[in-house]
Design a protein around this ligand. Structure first.
Ligand code: PEP
Length: 251
């Protein structure tokens, strides 16, 4: 039985004041002990959020890490070991905004995934197709390639200590959500691809859906057999809405 997970990606949002307010709102939520909840603030605010959430069962992660696992001469980057040192337990890798806007390749994503695991962080591997790729009927091919690059490099066993997030690019921040059936089809294909190498890993890995998830859409999405929770962007900036999404994952 996989434990549901709901994670909030705060992206490049927040000031010290708004982050403090959001953490305060999260502290007040009545969260189910059956759901793992995590938030991903900007690197600048990680320590503040960790302090603000002390004693609360919400994990804190980073939105990215360097390809180099250990500290060194790499200006502007943050290593996975540094993230672990401040108290992170998770890190997003391969978010579509980084792939698309910052040119992150599958090779770079694989190296970040490996760096995270080498330091004891759990990577959340984001995969997903663009609208053009979906319309060209290439969704499963694109997602399978993104996943396959990491499997080929690190082996399927790496996914026993990782989370996968299926995030169709056309649904991120657009207000368009994949239907539960569309999402389920891709989640099932991801699990099948992992099962071809290890049935045990495939059965245990959590696959989150991301793309304009709101409390109103969460119940149906999370009710699908291969959807184990959500990676939530915009709606995670509102503590009450995020709490409602977390509750949907516990039902
Ligand atoms: C995301 O950025 O991971 C995301 C899913 O964003 P949104 O929920 O705003 O679409």
């Amino acid at each position: 039985m996989r434990r549901p997970m709901v994670a909030g990606n705060w992206k490049m949002h927040g000031t010290c004041a708004s982050v403090a307010e959001l953490a305060e709102g999260l502290r007040d939520l009545a969260l189910s002990s059956d759901v793992d909840v995590a938030v991903f603030p900007s690197s600048l605010h990680i320590s503040q959020v960790l302090a603000g959430l002390q004693g609360v069962c919400i994990q804190v992660g980073a939105q990215d890490c360097s390809v180099e696992p250990m500290p060194g001469a790499l200006t502007g980057e943050v290593s996975a070991s540094q993230l672990l040192d401040v108290g992170c337990v998770l890190v997003l890798v391969g978010h579509s905004e980084r792939r698309q806007l910052l040119g992150e390749t599958d090779e770079v994503v694989g190296r970040k995934f490996a760096a995270a695991q080498a330091c004891g962080l759990t990577p959340v591997l984001c995969v997903g197709e663009t609208l053009a790729q979906r319309e060209a009927g290439k969704t499963l091919e694109v997602v399978s390639h993104q996943l396959g690059c990491v499997i080929d490099e690190l082996g399927v066993g790496a996914f026993s200590r990782a989370v996968v997030a299926y995030e169709p690019v056309w649904a991120i921040g657009t207000g368009l959500t994949a239907t539960p059936q569309q999402a389920q089809e891709v989640h099932a294909a991801i699990r099948l691809q992992l099962a071809a190498e290890s049935a045990e890993v495939a059965a245990g890995v959590r696959i989150l859906y991301g793309g304009s998830v709101k409390a109103a859409s969460a119940v149906e999405l999370f009710g699908m057999p291969d959807i184990d929770g959500g990676l939530v962007g915009g709606a995670s900036l509102n503590a009450d809405e995020f709490g409602a999404i977390c509750r949907a994952a516990g039902n």
